[in-house]
Design a protein around this ligand. Structure first.
Ligand code: ARG
Length: 458
């Protein structure tokens, strides 16, 4: 088959070489963006008198026709036409005749593909932000029901201090809030137009880049044509932001998996998000959480893949850059799927409040309360720490917990102890007293939830 760029060639590549070089098997995902970019470009060509208004109209209606067909899944792509850009151009010429060949005036596939990618990511990032918000909403809903659910807080995966379970959940809300901020900020760099940069040097035609950028809703244009066609930073940035989101989800997954284990038994996943075993009838596995944790690997891989593709490419366009697409598509699909499943998992999980509450009664996570108690009565904290450490040791030797120690034992270790310590040692007291800003105190958590709801409304 004769190539659209075949003039200089005396023989055609063999099919299997075409196949290796083609991006159409995956870049057909960009069909809508490619057509929209072309419609804006030809509208600009008409307005600037580079093609006649009549020609522009003919081309535009041909493109609109193809857009309709694309929406109905009626386009048939061919590997011989390499990529989405050449496939569309070929279909256009087949549909409206030779005048279709004027569409490519004053542009190159290099600015065209970059334009498609910017349009695609703008749309996807907008949608992903909504997915993030949906998950945040699910977290807030669970948190609202569990402000007064007391859970063990951990450091080093060792019981540390009792906390409000809502406080723990809301930590993930704030991580996602930063993710959202990063995605929103990245839109500044995504929403700019490379169109009209040509192959690399601009064009001899009197085009109006601001006009076509405006038609496509871009905020600004690339100021340097070489940068415009060489830049894939915005995709790297997207992959990096996505990696951060997956890292956050993966940490959350790890906790959900731990909490679902018989050893913790703090939550039970809804049946809809768990699976059984083909051999062990008793099993209920938190598969979806495991899978999201696992998928984090491919998103990191996509980031490193593209960074590596770009590190040795000279300016401007090189075919290496065709490798920017599959990782991006895969990341979009993975991140959307993971966020959606996550929102479902969080909103349907059953929190075993009793088990959590019982857990903090049988541990030493109230030891800090005792040390704070002594310190608030004037004993230097370091000395208080020492006194309480010894009491913990006594308890361990006797196989009991701090609240079980008789008052005389307390008094023997420090005269500052009075009988109000038993109240202080209660997990609920420990949580309630942590009133410092951003702390786990119940009132503080209620306040934060209120704040979140207010900013949502405004
Ligand atoms: N399929 C190519 C890509 O995805 C489009 C740009 C091709 N440009 C070129 N000069 N070969 O990168």
């Amino acid at each position: 088959m004769k190539k659209l760029w075949g003039g200089r060639f005396t023989k055609s590549a063999e099919g299997w070489v075409d196949e290796f070089g083609a991006s159409i098997p995956f870049d057909q995902e960009l069909v809508k963006e490619d057509l929209e970019g072309s419609i804006a470009h030809v509208t600009m060509l008409g307005k600037c008198g580079i093609v006649s208004m009549e020609e522009a109209d003919t081309i535009k209606s041909g493109l609109l026709n193809l857009l309709e067909k694309a929406k109905n899944g009626e386009l048939e792509y061919s590997v011989a036409n390499e990529d989405i850009h050449l496939n569309i151009e070929k279909m256009l010429i087949d549909e409206i005749g030779q005048v279709g060949g004027k569409l490519h005036t004053g542009r190159s596939r290099n600015d065209q593909v970059a334009t498609d990618m910017h349009l695609y990511l703008r749309q996807q990032v907008d949608e992903i932000i909504e997915f993030v918000e949906e998950l945040q909403g699910a977290i807030v809903n669970q948190a609202e029901q569990h402000v007064e659910t007391i859970a063990p807080g951990y450091t080093h995966l060792q019981r540390a201090q009792p906390i409000s379970f809502a406080h723990h959940l809301l930590a993930y809300y704030w991580m996602l809030e930063r993710d959202k901020e990063r995605l929103t900020d990245s839109l500044k760099r995504i929403n700019m137009s490379p169109l009209g940069a040509g192959a690399l040097a601009g064009t001899t035609f009197p085009i109006d880049r601001y006009y076509s950028a405006g038609l496509l809703g871009f905020e600004k244009i690339y100021e340097n044509s070489i940068d415009a066609v060489s830049d894939r930073d915005f995709i790297v940035e997207f992959l990096s932001n996505s990696s951060m989101i997956m890292m956050h989800l993966s940490r959350f997954c790890e906790e959900l998996i731990l909490w679902s284990s018989q050893e913790f038994n703090f939550i039970e996943m809804d049946d809809a998000f768990a699976t059984g075993s083909s051999i062990m009838p008793q099993k209920k596995n938190p598969d979806m959480a495991e899978l999201i944790r696992g998928k984090t690997g491919r998103v990191y891989g996509n980031l490193f893949g593209l960074l590596t593709v770009l590190k040795g490419t000279p300016l401007a366009y090189n075919k290496d850059m065709q490798e920017d697409k599959e990782g991006m598509f895969d990341t979009v699909k993975t991140i959307k799927g993971s966020l959606k499943i996550f929102a479902g998992m969080v909103s349907t999980m059953n929190v075993k409040t009793e088990v959590m509450a019982a857990a903090v009664k049988k541990d030493f996570s109230n030891a800090t309360e005792l040390a704070d108690y002594l310190a608030s009565k004037g004993l230097p904290f370091r000395d208080a720490h020492e006194v309480v450490g010894k009491l913990v040791l006594t308890c361990i030797e006797r196989g009991i917990f701090l609240g079980d120690l008789p008052l005389e034992v307390f008094k023997e270790s420090s005269a500052l102890f009075e009988d109000d310590i038993y109240e202080v040692l209660l997990p609920a007291t420990a949580v309630a007293r942590r009133k410092s800003a951003g702390g786990t105190g119940f009132d503080e958590v209620y306040k934060v939830l209120q704040k979140i709801k207010q900013t949502k409304k405004s």
